[in-house]
Write a protein that binds this ligand. Structure first.
Ligand code: NAD
Length: 490
């Protein structure tokens, strides 16, 4: 049994209360470590350490190029310890190793990308008056609280940390309670890379206590949150009193539209990955598959056949497509949605429960599941299931497909399958979502802005726009004529 510590002010510490909580391997149900259960007094010291860093050399003297070097050093240490990080992430998340390797690769590249941007955070000049020289500078927003979900623990950490550190902020990170281990492991690399004490602090504990307290803390200037829409709504309210800057990456119910002119050779495997990768525990999971009625029977048959052939199994096995869901309670939630879909009138074409293999009985494994036909009035078409459940929804016309795609409170991602490039542009323009992909399922690369419309949140991470989340713009105006101004002629 591992005992891990939090990282606050450059020191490895236990919670001041001495309390801990367990974390598990979801694939086996085994407890794998005990983690400090932070309380308000631990959050206080983390925020104090971050403020001290902002008031010390990190906030006042470090050059952007030095920040770049630190970020690259961190990326290089991650490359050196890739296997260690990978195995720990798989062990704590239960997800299939090949997918996690891709996420980790992206996390490394994300630090490199933002390292490259650290000395390119430009202001601009803009005409103000003929006798003034006006320019803008972008300054770090200060101390950022960063709250992370369990579905992509390390990748989400990189989406938060890399732009904040590039911009010169100090941070207090709170990983999800289900998956704290890789964030704490990253703190070792952060220390080794040479980030000064207090620049990155990691506190662990329940969101409803530690997260809540952190968001309201007067020493925090900015809150960056990724998680459920309902939590985001609460966080926005909690941050309101302090007029804190807020960015929210929230849930989704993203459409995947298969038009009548789609190439099914690409559309079927692509749609399969788009919903089932990460076991469907993905904010941008394309969980609503809108299929033109002329293709419906063929699509449902071939898609379901391929879904049932996916390997659900040991997450450490490179041939596994889908590992375990995060926890038994999440398994129950996913399963209750499948039952609800049946009550609402859909058919379970494939999946709908645990795999038969007795070796998997201790984990939270769920078979890839296809519900068909589904209509947008059903809850399974409206609510985020966050599991390997695809809802197939038929449509007749392009306009109808657009209307159905947009008929949700979410707006995170969408995928279109069509051979008609004019249609691709037309429909991409009409979809209310932060990212639209055409003829492929991949949504997120370092450099491509990612974030939501509507109740999927606001703010863009991953692209250059992420720097806006961690900087304030200051306008400076300097008198350039020799004669002073005397506005009132007094
Ligand atoms: P969650 O909202 O339950 O928890 C997210 C984080 O917030 C955790 O660290 C949790 O401890 C903390 N938290 C919970 N309640 C809090 C509170 N009241 N105050 C402060 N912090 C609190 O979400 P989850 O179940 O961990 O993650 C899954 C959700 O995240 C899904 O809805 C998914 O769509 C979303 N997500 C979105 C994106 C995106 O980029 N839009 C990416 C990944 C995940």
């Amino acid at each position: 049994m591992r005992e891990v510590k939090m990282y606050i002010g450059g020191k490895w510490v236990e919670a001041l209360s001495g309390e801990t909580f367990p974390t598990y391997n979801p694939a086996t149900g085994e407890e794998i470590a005990r983690v400090p259960r932070a309380g308000p007094e631990d959050v206080d010291r983390a925020v104090e350490a971050a403020r001290a860093a902002m008031e010390g050399p990190w906030g006042t003297r470090i050059t952007p190029r030095e920040r770049a070097r630190l970020l690259w050093k961190l990326a290089s240490l991650m490359r050196d310890r890739f296997e260690e990080l990978l195995h720990l992430e798989v062990e704590n998340s239960g997800k299939a190793i090949t997918g996690v390797a891709g996420e980790l690769q992206q996390a490394v590249e994300n630090f490199e990308y933002f390292g490259g941007l650290a000395d390119k955070i430009f202001g601009r000049t803009a005409p103000a008056a003929p006798y003034l020289f006006h320019y803008t500078v972008r300054e770090p927003v200060g101390v950022a609280a960063q709250i992370i979900p369990w579905n992509y623990p390390l990748m989400m950490l990189s989406w938060k940390l890399a732009p904040a550190l590039a911009a010169g902020c100090a941070v207090v990170v709170k990983p999800a309670s289900a998956t704290p281990l890789t964030a704490l492991k990253m703190a070792e690399l952060i220390e080794e890379a040479g980030f000064p004490p207090g620049v990155v602090n990691i506190v662990t504990g329940p969101g409803t206590e530690v997260g809540r307290y952190l968001v309201q803390h007067p020493g925090v200037d900015k809150v960056a949150f990724t998680g459920e829409t309902s939590t985001g709504r609460e966080i926005m309210k909690l941050a309101a009193d302090g007029i804190k800057r807020v960015s929210l990456e929230l849930g989704g119910k993203s459409p995947n539209i298969v038009f009548e002119d789609a190439d099914l050779e690409g559309a079927i495997p692509g749609s399969l990955w788009a919903i089932f990768t990460s076991g469907g525990q993905s904010c941008e999971a394309r969980s609503r598959i809108l299929v033109h009625e002329s293709l419906l029977d063929e699509f449902v048959e071939k898609f379901s056949e391929k879904a049932s052939s996916l390997k659900v199994g040991d997450p450490m096995d490179p041939s596994t497509h889908i590992g375990s869901l995060i926890s038994p309670s999440h398994w129950e939630r996913v399963h209750s949605y499948v039952r609800l879909g049946v009550e609402e009138g859909a058919r379970v074409v494939t999946g709908g429960g645990r795999p038969d293999d007795p070796a998997l009985s201790r984990g939270s494994f769920y078979r890839p599941t296809v519900l068909a036909p589904v209509s947008m009035e059903m809850k399974v078409a409206q609510e985020e299931i966050f599991g390997p459940v695809a809802a197939i929804i038929p449509f007749r016309e392009e306009e109808e497909a657009i209307a159905l795609a947009n008929k949700t409170r979410y707006g995170l991602a969408a995928t279109l399958w069509t051979r008609d490039s004019a249609r691709a542009h037309r429909v991409a323009a009409a979809i209310k979502a932060g990212v639209v992909t055409v003829n492929h399922p991949f949504t997120a690369f370092p450099g491509t802005p990612f974030g939501g419309y509507k109740e999927s949140g606001f703010g863009r991470e991953l692209g250059m726009e992420a720097l806006d989340l961690y900087t304030e713009v200051k306008s400076v105006m300097i008198l350039t004529r020799p004669k002073p101004v005397n506005p009132w002629k007094v």
